[in-house]
Unconditional design. Structure first.
Lengths: 288, 219
């Protein structure tokens, strides 16, 4: 059921990606012409449209008052303030992991600020700006588990959330491992708690946060793959907006703006000895 | 635990209400359009026009063979990419659910009309009724009995399928539930609330269908 649903998702995506690719080679001069006026287009509309997660604390979520907030979401508000003079001149669109790239390709949003890890495959499809976060994939196991290191997982069941970096990395690098996939982070965690799998592979920030709130779990120290940058993304070829975001991130870096957001949203989720620099990338100055 | 759960539900009511409004408005608009479109489809299919039948068959097969999820993706993301035509997510969901619903209701209507004894049509024509009168006074009222229960079944499927619109950015009641769950980890409580919501929307529909079915078979 789960796999059938996700392959359905991939089908049109694949088609769109292929055809979008065709378009681009046919008219190589067009992106430059359209992007020259892109910031003007946003100003004329007087609204920045940003795709964000609405169910992934602390990055993008809905607070008790029903307001879209979070580390990524608040960066979007700051962008609107600096571009249009008012942090409320932003329209947030709720995106899912699998719909982030189509939203950009179809011009439905200006910018995706939804915890998107930079990968070579995604670089082909979208234009990443400089990063705002860094992440590594690790694995969470119950405290009492006999699993000592990653190699032990080869013969066990590893839970992943569909479409995440962990899912893609494991499918590519350990196709022989037994994976159990769920659509939602909360479902995956629930499955681990219920013993339906032996370990849960996910972005380490998510795991640290869960492990802090729920005693009885430990995170394996080895990482699955290298530390990777997480960055905002704009449509492929939209160099003007990408460069604007990069300048903006550098400027916000001088104000230590991301550190403020880290203190507001992220710090309380992680263990006390976590260094902010191991999570956030201030000023966009790190390329992984 | 119980009191904090009730408290969470209470403070979440405005958000859940907004999501429920999205779910209900998409569902009931789609149901209304599906019904009108489906009756039209059913009637047109019984006119025995060869090329009209061919077109309607293609439409039916397209919506039977291609999942609703794929239609949502194609129309929402595909149209702007290939034709520069952008439909807002709410209306895209209504459009897809209506086209899908109309094909489902339409087949029910066609089947119901076909199942009427041929004599009904001939009798109507022989007393000088024209086309609209024949369908309006003779055929559709009789077909109504046979098509109501399966049509209501289609309605409940439209309501439940509307949750797929979350993939094109519609924040429906299930999505709101997930937003609350991911923040609070109260999955049992929230899914319990969603269960009751869908149950109390869909159950009266199927109950009504059962009552009508029983009444009509006795008559």
């Amino acid at each position: 059921m789960k796999t059938a649903k996700s392959s359905l998702l991939l089908l049109p995506l694949l088609g769109l990606a292929l055809l979008a690719g065709c378009n681009k080679t046919e008219e190589p001069t067009k992106p430059a012409a359209t992007s020259a006026s892109y910031l003007e287009k946003i100003k004329a509309r007087d609204k920045l449209i940003v795709g964000v997660f609405t169910d992934k604390p602390p990055f993008g979520f809905v607070n008790e008052a029903g307001r879209y907030v979070g580390f990524d979401t608040d960066i979007g508000r700051q962008f609107a303030k600096d571009l249009l003079g008012d942090e409320n001149k932003v329209e947030f669109v709720a995106v899912e992991p699998a719909s982030r790239i189509p939203f950009l390709q179809s011009d439905k949003v200006d910018l995706i600020l939804a915890n998107m890890t930079v990968t070579p495959e995604r670089k082909e499809a979208v234009e990443f700006t400089n990063p705002n976060l860094k992440v590594a994939v690790q694995a969470l196991v119950p405290q009492a588990s006999s699993v000592k290191n990653l190699d032990d997982l080869a013969t066990r069941t590893t839970i992943v959330t569909t479409g995440t970096t962990a899912d893609i990395w494991l499918t590519k690098n350990h196709p022989d491992w037994k994976l159990l996939k769920f659509e939602k982070n909360s479902e995956s965690l629930q499955a681990l708690a219920n013993g339906r799998g032996d370990a849960y592979a996910q972005d380490n920030l998510v795991l640290f946060s869960w492990a802090k709130q729920n005693p009885g779990y430990r995170v394996l120290t080895q990482t699955l793959g290298a530390e990777a940058p997480i960055a905002p993304a704009v449509k492929k070829g939209n160099i003007e907006l990408r460069d604007w975001v990069n300048v903006e991130l550098a400027k916000l870096g001088e104000e230590k703006f991301l550190l403020k957001l880290y203190d507001q949203y992220v710090r309380k989720e992680l263990s006390d000895d976590t260094k902010p620099e191991s999570v956030i990338v201030e000023g966009g100055k790190w390329q992984g | 635990m119980a009191s904090s759960g009730l408290e969470l539900l209470w403070v979440s009511l405005p958000q859940l209400g907004k999501g429920a409004a999205q779910t209900l408005s998409i569902s009931f608009l789609s149901i209304a359009i599906s019904t009108v479109g489906g009756v039209l489809y059913g009637v047109l299919r019984t006119l025995n026009s060869t090329w009209l039948n061919a077109i309607l068959r293609v439409y039916l097969e397209l919506f039977r063979a291609i999942p609703v999820l794929v239609w949502l993706y194609l129309l929402f993301f595909g149209l702007p990419i290939f034709f520069g035509l952008s439909i807002p997510s709410f209306w895209c969901a209504v459009l897809v659910l209506s086209l899908w619903g109309a094909s489902e209701v339409g087949e029910v209507v066609r089947g119901a009309l076909h199942s009427l004894p041929r004599g009904q049509r001939e009798a109507g024509l022989s007393i000088g009724l024209d086309g609209p009168q024949l369908y309006g006074y003779v055929l559709l009222p009789q077909a109504l009995k046979r098509m109501t229960p399966p049509t209501i079944n289609v309605y409940t499927r439209i309501i439940k399928t509307s949750s797929l619109a979350v993939l094109i950015g519609v924040v429906d009641v299930i999505k709101v539930g997930q937003q609350i769950i991911e923040r609070t980890y109260e999955s049992v409580l929230i899914y319990g609330a969603l269960f009751l919501f869908f149950f109390f929307i869909c159950y009266p529909l199927s109950a009504a269908s059962r009552v009508l079915e029983r009444r009509w078979t006795q008559a």
